[in-house]
Design a protein around this ligand. Structure first.
Ligand SMILES: CC(=O)SCCNC(=O)CCNC(=O)[C@H](O)C(C)(C)COP(=O)(O)OP(=O)(O)OC[C@H]1O[C@@H](n2cnc3c(N)ncnc32)[C@H](O)[C@@H]1OP(=O)(O)O
Ligand SMILES: Nc1ncnc2c1ncn2[C@@H]1O[C@H](COP(=O)(O)OP(=O)(O)OP(=O)(O)O)[C@@H](O)[C@H]1O
Length: 736
């Protein structure tokens, strides 16, 4: 097919700085891809090109070579989908997505983003439906739905500026440049150095650089930068840091830079270096073996990139956190407790979800200033491809609040995907409530067949996966190392607890439960759960459970609804920023037996191995879990122990001298649970005794003053002692 008539539109896009997206399908996909790009080359003869694929899959390299050679493309970066996050700070004129082997929403939204105004994105495939890697992970017993893809096609037809080519048919409604708003940079006003003004890409960036010196004011200061994707937040902060370095000149300063992965901070680093160059400030860099810039020294200032878990405790004067909302509120609150000067950068709408909880958090921070960037950097505002991506992946879905909060019903995936209004509502609840929702989750919602969706009148929703009833072979595979993410709870229990026959039981895993933000805390979540439990009982299930990243509020919700913790993952899920916990409620006698074995084991695990496995977990979470598990053990304390504790309380010996005795006393308390003690006091005791934490660590984690920590521990110890039958309250012993 010839696409010469599109040249005029490509030219228009170049003039107005917007992009086109083409979806090419059918038997002639390769020829059509080549012809379409040929038309585009009339407008840009040597485009900076990104080519994304799974290079290890058969024939993918041949396709890459054929396209590259037929078009004589010389400036090509080949990107392995699995490491595509490394390219987030880059920009391209032409982006080619090989979708023959995979059609994965997260990859598409991430890579489309990298394309500049005037550019073209081509997504080509034989068929969007068959043989796709991510889709296979949603397939069970050969069954999977196509609701996501069907909607994707409907959206292609609805949007202007999107080209759809299907063998011999082309469907394209041109976009009107009148909908594009070009931005002009305001004249230079002397507020920032001219050299930085010249390299700033938007008025928003100039404002950001100007306002960043808020951080240099006396006392605690938190400077927050938020925007949708690609607004130049990170680059702007890089330039702002260069300016701060210029201002701090002779002050020795240590700056810690952190982000979920090194690559998400590269924009900051690149633009910091560019800014330093333009300001004529000399700098040195320390580069790792993999080529990562780990440290920059300029004037008296040192800037180091450090992974979040280490960064939070590092020594420094200022911490800069990129993609802050992805780190989770617990870590952010720790950082806020420990650091005096903080810069937080976060995407508000985007593939990390819109993060209402994060917004609420930053709005509540004292001594803070928020700068919001509006104008996109890579392309003009009003760009049709951005509109398409937002719509097709529902990046900005916001739910409405409905009356009659308690009407319980099940909704089919078909009903949801056939009504955009309903889908926006349901998915909007997930996006706003769960800040880690991503476009992949939308495909999951549409295509994964073994799930059920329940709602309380569209104000609260739960997404449930059917798990269990595994056969012998599947169970054996799990025992000997195979993954089975479709059966998450049975997998964890079979693999890690080695309890084989749990796999035969039938259960429901509540994969997501969420209430629209305005209605949280009013009982809707609990009501929805109890309605679901009724149905689960009617269906004769054995168990109902959930796996989520341990967070105090969420844990409280499950405990309040009488779910019992049965498993806590031994490694941190870096992607989700925490340790996953599984909670469960038995619906059959059979399941009751398993829970009564599993939960005491979890209590033992926490009490015996927190110093090495869970030392980074908030002690309050661990205390909540152990207190919720009712398993008793007798722990004997002899008189010497008690006397040493008493001597500690009376101030004759230090904590360290009595630490073993206090440890035993705490163990006795946690296994006997006989009197109610303030949870924060217990958490200090647990943190110091079982996790080996320092007083300062504990205070940052629990948001208490450092000076309070030891008093709280003493109070907990006193309270526990009070309830132990002690005949004489001595702080010495005679041995006869
Ligand atoms: C598998 C998973 O999906 S786990 C993730 C759960 N979902 C989320 O974190 C999304 C954001 N939060 C929400 O959508 C909701 O708050 C839910 C689903 C956690 C709870 O539903 P709600 O209707 O808010 O809770 P409900 O009123 O029934 O119960 C209140 C209890 O839940 C806990 N809770 C957890 N989160 C919240 C919250 N955001 N607001 C109020 N209470 C909360 C509290 O312990 C509270 O008890 P308390 O008032 O005695 O302290
Ligand atoms: N002043 C500038 N001059 C040239 N290019 C810029 C400038 N500012 C940003 N860019 C480019 O624009 C793109 C987006 O910038 P950046 O990564 O800072 O945005 P962001 O808002 O942090 O995006 P994300 O939400 O994707 O993290 C990058 O490719 C960056 O190199």
């Amino acid at each position: 097919m010839k696409f010469d008539y599109l040249i005029e539109y490509f030219r228009q896009a170049k003039d107005y700085n917007f992009r086109h997206l083409a979806i090419i399908q059918g038997e002639n996909y390769l020829d059509n891809t080549i012809s379409l790009i040929k038309a585009f080359l009339n407008v840009n003869s040597n485009p900076k090109t990104a080519y994304a694929f799974h290079p290890w899959l058969s024939e993918s390299k041949q396709r890459f070579n054929k396209i590259k050679e037929s078009l004589n493309l010389s400036n090509v970066t080949d990107i392995d989908y699995s490491s595509s996050e490394r390219y987030l700070g880059e920009s391209f004129d032409l982006t080619i997505l090989d979708s023959v082997d995979d059609f994965r929403p997260n990859y598409i939204s991430r890579l489309v983003d990298l394309t500049k105004g005037g550019g073209l994105i081509v997504l080509y495939t034989n068929s969007l439906y068959s043989n796709k890697l991510y889709k296979k992970s949603l397939t069970r017993n050969n069954i999977v739905k196509n609701l996501f893809e069907e909607r994707f096609f409907r959206k292609i037809k609805e949007h202007r500026g999107i080209i759809s080519i299907d063998d011999n048919n082309i469907y394209f409604k041109p976009y009107s440049p009148s909908e594009i708003s070009k931005q002009r940079k305001n004249p230079y006003d002397g507020k920032i150095p001219r050299a930085l003004y010249q390299i700033s890409a938007s008025n928003d960036q100039i404002k950001l650089i100007h306002e960043a010196d808020f951080i240099l004011e006396k006392g605690k200061r938190v400077f927050i930068v938020t925007a949708s994707r690609g607004r130049g937040k990170s680059a702007g902060v890089g330039l702002a840091l260069a300016y701060l370095i210029k201002k701090m000149k002779n002050n020795p300063t240590n700056i810690i830079l952190t982000s979920p992965s090194y690559y998400s901070a590269t924009s900051i680093i690149d633009f910091l270096l560019l800014g330093l160059k333009r300001l004529n400030i000399k700098y040195k860099t320390k580069i790792s073996k993999e080529g990562k810039i780990m440290k920059i020294s300029a004037e008296e200032v040192n800037i180091r990139w450090t992974a979040p878990d280490l960064a939070k405790d590092a020594d420094g004067d200022l911490i800069v956190v990129d993609e802050a909302s992805a780190l989770g509120l617990e870590l952010l609150s720790y950082i806020n407790n420990k650091w005096e000067k903080i810069i937080l950068i976060s995407t508000i709408h985007g593939y990390e979800g819109s993060g209402k909880a994060f917004l609420k958090y930053i709005n509540s921070l004292k001594d803070s200033q928020i700068v919001k960037l509006e104008y996109p950097i890579r392309y003009a505002k009003g760009d049709p491809v951005e509109k398409f991506i937002y719509d097709v992946f529902l990046l900005d879905a916001e739910p409405e609040k409905f009356d009659n909060e308690n009407k319980f019903m099940e909704i089919s995936q078909e009903d949801i995907f056939n009504s955009d209004k309903l889908l926006r509502q349901i998915y909007g609840i997930l996006v706003t409530a769960h800040y880690r929702n991503s476009p992949d989750d939308l495909m999951f919602l549409g295509d994964m067949a073994f799930q059920k969706i329940f709602t309380l009148n569209y104000n609260a929703i739960a997404e449930i996966i059917e798990e269990g009833t595994l056969d012998n072979e599947s169970i054996s595979k799990i025992l000997y190392g195979n993954e089975n993410e479709g059966n998450l709870i049975p997998h964890r229990i079979i693999k890690y607890m080695r309890i084989r026959n749990f796999g035969f039981l039938k259960g429901w895993r509540i994969m997501r439960i969420a209430v629209i933000p305005e209605l949280q805390g009013k009982g809707l979540g609990s009501n929805l759960l109890s309605e679901i439990e009724k149905i689960a009982k009617e269906e004769k299930l054995d168990w109902i459970g959930s796996s989520f990243v341990a967070d105090l509020n969420v844990l409280n919700f499950w405990l309040k609804n009488k779910y019992i913790p049965v498993y806590l993952s031994s490694i941190k899920n870096e992607g989700l920023g925490g340790y996953s916990i599984i909670v469960m409620k038995a619906l059959s006698e059979n399941a009751e037996k398993y829970i009564s074995v599993l939960s005491p084991l979890l209590k033992d695990k926490i009490l015996l191995s927190s110093h090495q496995v869970y030392f980074n977990v908030n002690p309050e979470i661990l205390v909540k879990i152990i207190l919720s598990i009712n398993s008793k053990k007798v722990i004997e304390l002899n008189d010497i122990c008690i006397s040493r504790i008493q001597a500690y309380l009376d101030g004759y010996i230090a904590y360290n001298s009595a630490s073993d005795a206090i440890h035993k006393l705490a163990l006795k308390y946690f296994y006997e649970n006989n009197n109610k003690i303030d949870i924060k006091q217990l958490s200090v005791l647990f943190g110091r005794t079982f996790q080996g934490k320092s007083w300062s660590h504990i205070s940052y984690m629990l948001s208490i003053r450092q000076s309070e920590a030891e008093t709280m521990l003493r109070n907990a110890v006193k309270e526990i002692l009070k309830n132990i039958n002690i005949t004489e309250n001595n702080n010495y012993v005679d041995i006869s």
